[in-house]
Design a protein around this ligand. Structure first.
Ligand code: URA
Length: 446
């Protein structure tokens, strides 16, 4: 019998007592937290006990000392990376997840073209939110699974790596996140902040920019909650001596005009070619400015903006994406000609039922609709269709005419289309009075 199952072996470190303590609103000691996370990562504590503990944390929270111990225990469950062989400042960006949030794809090349090294470790989409890895894999041949030596070598070579988390980085989070996903315990500030920050602190960064989403399509629906999440993560970064800046950005309606995988790659390429929708540009440039400032390669936001714009207008950022795609095994032809990306065979348009102003374009419903079409996964083991998705043809505040197409669905499977359509229809609302579009930037925390 393992110590976790046998209280007699160490009465101070007993999983049932730890669960009961948190369930009853008590405070766990750092030793208890280290032990329970370590034993869970080592597979010595079963999922049913960890689910009970995580639910107790979800309900009762963690105080500052408990949270610090929780993050540290997660971080120590695996390897810590070292990119000291790369002279440039190493700055990553992480988003708490949204719909149409393809910012990492244009941002990484733009920032790397300005001389900041970007070791970007991204995740997959789950539920209504998309994931950078799934989008990248719409590029034929692109490899997102890199082992640490290859990751290190590519970062030195290109200054930008777009990859998934390696097996050995924070293995406790790998198990815990899957467990939380299956037990309704994702939307918790201590659990989200410890999950994200343990992984980011294990990357050995010089700085981190967080895009904390706010609104219907975000984990945190209310601005106060997302600010608390941002403050918590910035505080964790500070405790590790890593500068972290968080920007709170809107996720009430999807970002940009494309929701899916191949279509989001195409929209990102458009940004790198000097085009792209205004909201996507605003968020991308704003996060890029923060990354250059944290990397010490620009004196102020204005200079940072000018450098990023020049990286785009000179073609350097586009060429950086081509270089990274080639380095990671992808077909660069699709970057030069995005019409070669996977595409769905059929289209269906949802039109405005009446004239007026678009007052709602709900990110949550549209994210779920895209998932139902096959652009995302309901369960971890589901596969993705890179060609399906949604094109948003009108945004909140736009005047619309009866019969005008508002959303174009790219679909491959009729049954999936039938599941997605009611959600798309529900997501849209037309009113008589014009409403102002929601502010894109809700604030910042540093
Ligand atoms: N992203 C993560 O990595 N973890 C969470 O808990 C939520 C979003």
């Amino acid at each position: 019998m393992s110590p976790a199952m046998n209280p007699a072996m160490n009465p101070a470190l007993n999983v049932i007592e730890i669960i009961q303590c948190k369930r009853d609103g008590g405070t766990l000691t750092p030793e208890q937290i280290r032990w329970v996370i370590g034993r869970y990562a080592a597979d010595d504590i079963p999922d049913y006990q960890m689910s009970a503990l995580v639910m107790a944390v979800f309900k009762e929270g963690l105080n500052a000392d408990e949270l610090a111990a929780w993050v540290d225990a997660m971080l120590r469950s695996g390897d810590v990376l070292d990119f000291s062989h790369v002279a440039a400042p190493k700055i990553d960006k992480h988003s708490t997840g949204g719909v149409g949030d393809k910012v990492s794809l244009p941002l990484g090349p733009m920032v790397a073209a300005c001389g900041v090294a970007v070791p970007m470790m991204s995740g997959r989409g789950l539920g209504h939110t998309g994931g950078t890895l799934d989008k990248l894999e719409a590029i034929p041949g692109f490899r997102t699974a890199l082992d640490p030596p290859e990751f290190r070598a590519l970062l030195a070579q290109t200054g930008l790596v777009l990859a998934g988390q390696s097996e050995t980085l924070v293995p406790a989070d790998r198990r815990l996140y899957a467990l939380r996903d299956a037990t309704g315990t994702v939307e918790s500030i201590p659990l989200i902040s410890s999950s994200i920050m343990s992984k980011k602190m294990a990357e050995g960064l010089d700085g981190l920019v967080l895009d904390v989403k706010v609104g219907r399509g975000a984990f945190m629906k209310r601005p106060e909650e997302s600010r608390t999440l941002a403050e918590t993560m910035v505080g964790i970064g500070r405790s590790y001596g890593t500068p972290v800046r968080a920007v709170l950005t809107d996720m009430n309606q999807p970002l940009g005009c494309e929701v899916g995988n191949a279509c989001e790659v195409a929209e990102s390429i458009e940004v790198l070619r000097g085009g792209g929708p205004a909201d996507l540009l605003e968020v991308t440039y704003r996060l890029g400015e923060e990354m250059l400032l944290l990397g010490g390669t620009a004196a102020d936001r204005r200079e940072a903006r000018t450098r990023l714009e020049r990286a785009v207008s000179s073609g350097a950022a586009f060429e950086k994406l081509v270089e990274v795609v080639e380095a990671q095994g992808g077909d660069p032809a699709v970057i030069h000609d995005p019409t070669l990306l996977p595409a769905a065979p059929h289209h269906h348009e949802v039109a405005a039922a009446r004239s007026g102003y678009l007052t709602r374009c709900d990110a949550l419903d549209l994210g779920v609709a895209a998932m139902r079409l096959g652009a995302g996964r309901e369960r971890k083991e589901d596969s993705i269709d890179p060609g399906v998705g949604l094109r948003i043809l009108a945004k909140v505040g736009d005047a619309v005419e009866a019969g005008q197409p508002l959303i174009r669905l790219a679909w491959a499977d009729r049954a999936r289309l039938d599941q997605a359509l009611p959600l798309v229809e529900r997501a849209l609302e037309i009113g008589e009075e014009r409403v102002a579009p929601p502010p894109l930037i809700h604030g910042e925390v540093s």
